[in-house]
Design a protein around this ligand. Structure first.
Ligand SMILES: Cc1cc2nc3c(=O)[nH]c(=O)nc-3n(C[C@H](O)[C@H](O)[C@H](O)COP(=O)(O)OP(=O)(O)OC[C@H]3O[C@@H](n4cnc5c(N)ncnc54)[C@H](O)[C@@H]3O)c2cc1C
Length: 639
C-alpha cells in the first residue's frame, strides 16, 4: 500500500478536533463502511482507527515460500490458541486474524465464495418474530444487492475458459464496479482433473454459477484477485488506498481501548467518545476522539466483543471479573462463537505419489503438481512467476478455486432425518436440555436464542438444496478431501482476559460440546469415504490412507474425528449476534447495540449463524449493507 496517502495519520495530534463518524477497525467490513460513508457525505468527516499498519501483507500464499514453511514472525496477523476443548481430546484451536489496514482480507486465502441463499434466510428465521416486522431484511433477497455491489467480477479469457472450463453468470451474481476484484486464476495444477472427474462420478451437479444463491454440487470459486495483475485484491487497497477523499482519515498503530460516554451524559445520550492508545509510543497518554454522529465497531469477531466488554457492555459477571464497571448487562457479547472445523479423508494415488520423490524419474501422468514445489528449481521458478507483472503460476491460485457443496440429505439419505429430529427435539424442548452444551450459569436469554437458532438450523439441514458439507480438495503428495462442517451446532465464547483486559482475549471454542455435531461429522466422512470407489479413483489406484481400513465402526470414526479435526478453518464469527435481546442478541437489524445509543457493529461478529462459505465476501456485503442503513438514517436526520 502506498504509505504516503494524505489522509494517513500516525499521531493523535494529526487528527481533526472531531469527526462525524468513527469506525473502529480498518478491516474488511470497516473500510467498506468508511469508503461508503465518506462518499455519501462529502461534507462530513470519517475516521478509521486501525491497530495495525499500512503494509505489505504476508498472505496465506504470498510471499509464496510461506506455503511450505511456517510463517515468519510478522506484525500483520494475530495468532490465537484457544482454551483446550474437552470434547476434542483437549486440543486447542489455532486461529489467525489480520492486524493491518485491510484486516483479514489482506492475509486470507482469497477463496471468494458466498453462502447459499438458505444460509442467509436462516438469519431471519433465527431472529424470530421480533425481527420480522423490521423494514431491514438480512435474508438472501436483502443481501444479494450488496453482494453484487461489493465486488467487480471480471470474466476469464477465452483461453482460460477453453483450458479449464470456468463458468459464471454475471446477471445472477455480479454487476458491481467496486475496486474489490473477483476473478479466476490463470493457473491450475495438472492433476485438477482427478477432482473434477471424481466428483462427476458421484453424480454431483455442476452449476454454472454458485455465487447467485444456488450453491450445490461442484463449484468454481473465484479468487479475490486483480484480473490484470493476478495479485491479491483486498479492502486496504480497494476501500482505502484507491480512495482519494479529503473527508476520510485513517489513524494507524492505535488500539481502541473502549467507547465511553462523556461524564454525566449516561448511556442513552449519543454519541460516545472513543478512547485510544498509541502502539508505537506507549508513553503517550490515552486520548479521546469525539464522534458527532456515531461510532461503528468493525474490529472483527474476536476484538469487537472485547472492545464492547472493555466499554462495560457485556455479561456482568465476566466484566466484574475483569474489574470493569457494567454499563449494560448484555450477556450475548462474546457468546455464540462459531467457526468451521473438520477432519480430512486422505488417499494415496499412484500417479501422484510417484511425484513426491524429487529424484523419481518414472514417467509422469500429471505435471506440474503441488509436490513439485519441494523441488528447489521449480520453487524458484514459481516464485519468479508470481513476482512478474502480471503474476503467473501456482501462487496465483492461492487456496485453490474449486470445492464441492453437499446437503445433509444428499450426503446421508438414510440418517439425516434422525439428526434433524434430534435437533428439533432440542429446539422445541425445555432450556434445561440445551444448558449442558454451555458453561454453567449461562444466561437464559442465550439458551432461548440458541433454541431459535437450532430451529433455523433444522430447516437448513433438512433442505436438499442447502449445503452442509464443503470439501475443498487438496491435491499433492496425498490427495485430501477436507470435510468442513458448514453449520456447527456447538457454541463457544470470547472473554476479556481478566488479568489484563487490554491484552488479547481468551477464546473458548467448546467444539463438539453439542454431540450432534459429531453425528453430522460422521455423516460427512462416510459420504467422502465413498469417493474411493468411483471409477476415477479406481483408475488411479486410490487407496484410503486416513481414516484407513482399520477404522470402521462409528466409535472408531468418532475417535478419528477427535484426533484429526482441525478446529478452525479461520472463520470465527457471530460474537455480537444480530438477535433480539430476549434471545441473547447484541445488535438489532439496524446493527445498533441493544440498550445504548450511538454504537453500531458492522463486521463478521453480527451474523447470528455462520454461513456455509468462507467469510470475506459476506464481510464486504455486510459492510455495504451496514453503510446503506447508516447513510439512509443520517440522510433523513440531516435534511
Ligand atoms: C489466515 C486466514 C485465512 C482466511 N481465508 C479465507 C479465504 O480464503 N476466503 C475467505 O473468504 N475468507 C477467509 N478468511 C476469513 C475472512 O478473511 C474474514 O472472516 C473476514 O475478512 C473478517 O472481516 P471483518 O471485517 O469481520 O474483520 P477483519 O477484516 O479481521 O478486520 C478487523 C480489523 O480490526 C482491527 N482491530 C482489532 N482490534 C482493534 C482495536 N482494538 N483497535 C483498532 N483496530 C482494531 C484489526 O487489526 C483488523 O484490521 C480467512 C481469514 C484468515 C485470518
Amino acid at each position: 500500500l502506498p504509505g504516503h496517502h494524505a489522509s494517513l495519520k500516525r499521531q493523535v495530534s494529526q487528527l481533526r478536533p472531531t469527526y462525524d463518524f468513527i469506525i473502529i477497525g480498518g478491516g474488511t467490513s470497516g473500510l467498506t463502511v468508511a469508503d461508503r460513508l465518506s462518499e455519501a457525505f462529502p461534507k462530513k468527516t470519517v475516521l478509521v482507527i486501525e491497530y495495525g499498519d499500512v503494509e505489505y501483507a504476508y498472505g496465506s500464499f504470498d510471499p509464496p515460500q510461506l506455503w511450505l514453511g511456517p510463517p515468519p514472525a510478522q506484525a500483520s496477523a494475530w495468532t490465537f490458541f484457544s482454551q483446550p476443548n474437552p470434547d476434542v481430546n483437549n486440543k486447542t484451536a489455532f486461529v489467525k486474524v489480520g492486524q493491518l489496514v485491510g484486516g483479514s482480507s489482506a492475509v486470507n486465502g482469497q477463496f471468494f465464495d458466498r453462502g447459499s441463499r438458505f444460509d442467509y434466510d436462516a438469519w431471519t428465521e433465527a431472529g424470530g418474530h421480533e425481527f420480522r416486522s423490521s423494514d431491514i431484511k438480512w435474508d438472501w433477497h436483502g443481501l444479494l444487492p450488496y453482494f453484487k455491489k461489493s465486488v467487480t467480477f471480471t470474466k476469464p479469457s477465452a483461453e482460460l475458459v477453453q483450458k479449464y472450463g470456468y463458468t459464471w453468470d454475471i446477471p445472477a451474481a455480479y454487476g458491481g464496479s467496486t475496486p474489490i476484484h473477483s476473478s479466476f486464476s490463470p493457473f491450475q495444477w495438472a492433476d485438477w482433473v482427478i477432482q473434477r472427474d471424481t466428483w462427476r462420478d458421484l453424480g454431483l451437479p455442476i452449476p454454472k454459477e454458485c455465487a447467485g444463491g444456488d450453491k450445490q454440487g461442484i463449484c468454481w470459486v473465484p479468487t479475490s484477485q486483480h484480473p490484470v495483475t493476478a495479485r491479491r485484491s483486498h479492502a486496504g487497497l480497494g476501500h482505502y488506498a484507491d480512495v482519494r477523499r479529503p473527508n476520510y482519515d485513517l489513524l494507524v498503530k492505535h488500539q481502541v481501548i473502549r467507547v465511553v460516554y462523556p461524564k454525566g451524559s449516561g448511556k442513552s445520550s449519543s454519541p460516545p467518545l472513543v478512547e485510544v492508545r498509541s502502539l508505537s509510543n506507549p508513553a503517550q497518554p490515552v486520548f479521546n476522539v469525539t464522534a458527532k454522529a456515531e461510532v461503528i465497531i468493525s474490529a472483527g469477531a474476536f476484538h469487537t466483543p472485547t472492545i464492547l466488554q472493555r466499554s462495560g457492555i457485556g455479561p456482568a459477571a465476566s466484566l466484574a471479573a475483569a474489574g470493569i464497571p457494567t454499563l449494560i448487562d448484555l450477556p450475548g457479547v462474546g457468546a455464540n462463537l462459531q467457526d468451521h472445523s473438520g477432519p480430512g479423508v486422505i488417499w494415496n494415488c499412484n500417479p501422484i505419489i510417484q511425484l513426491t520423490t524429487i529424484t523419481d524419474t518414472k514417467p509422469r501422468t500429471f505435471s506440474p503438481v503441488p509436490a513439485d514445489l519441494l523441488n528447489a528449481t521449480y520453487l524458484a521458478e514459481a516464485t519468479a512467476q508470481f513476482n512478474e507483472v502480471p503474476a503467473r503460476g501456482p501462487y496465483t491460485l492461492a487456496l485453490g478455486n474449486t470445492a464441492i457443496y453437499v446437503s445433509l440429505p444428499r450426503a446421508a439419505p438414510a440418517s439425516f432425518q434422525t439428526i434433524v429430529s434430534k435437533i428439533l427435539e432440542l429446539a422445541n424442548g425445555p432450556l434445561s436440555n440445551v444448558a449442558p452444551f454451555f458453561p454453567p450459569n449461562t444466561d437464559a436469554t442465550i439458551l432461548q436464542g440458541y433454541k431459535s437458532q437450532l430451529s433455523a438450523l433444522a430447516t437448513l439441514l433438512s433442505n436438499p438444496q442447502a449445503p452442509s458439507l464443503e470439501t475443498p480438495w487438496a491435491t499433492g503428495s496425498d490427495p485430501t478431501a477436507w470435510s468442513f462442517l458448514l453449520h456447527p451446532l456447538s457454541r463457544g465464547f470470547v472473554r476479556l482476559n481478566p488479568t489484563d483486559p487490554l491484552s488479547q482475549p481468551l477464546l473458548d471454542y467448546r467444539m463438539l460440546s453439542n454431540p450432534l455435531d459429531m453425528d453430522i461429522h460422521l455423516a460427512h466422512l462416510k459420504f467422502l469415504r465413498t469417493l474411493v470407489s468411483t471409477p476415477t479413483m479406481k483408475k488411479y489406484g486410490a487407496v484410503e490412507v486416513s481414516p484407513g481400513a482399520a477404522v470402521q465402526t462409528d466409535a472408531q470414526l468418532a475417535e478419528y474425528v477427535r484426533a484429526q479435526m482441525i478446529l478452525s478453518f479461520q472463520h470465527p464469527c457471530c460474537t455480537a449476534a444480530m438477535m433480539p435481546r430476549s434471545k441473547g442478541g447484541v445488535v438489532g437489524p439496524d446493527l445498533k447495540v441493544h440498550g445504548v445509543k450511538g454504537i453500531r457493529v458492522a463486521d463478521m461478529s453480527v451474523m447470528p449463524l455462520l454461513p456455509g462459505s468462507h467469510l470475506s465476501a459476506t464481510a464486504y456485503a455486510v459492510g455495504e449493507k451496514a453503510a446503506d442503513i447508516i447513510i439512509d438514517e443520517w440522510k433523513k436526520s440531516w435534511h
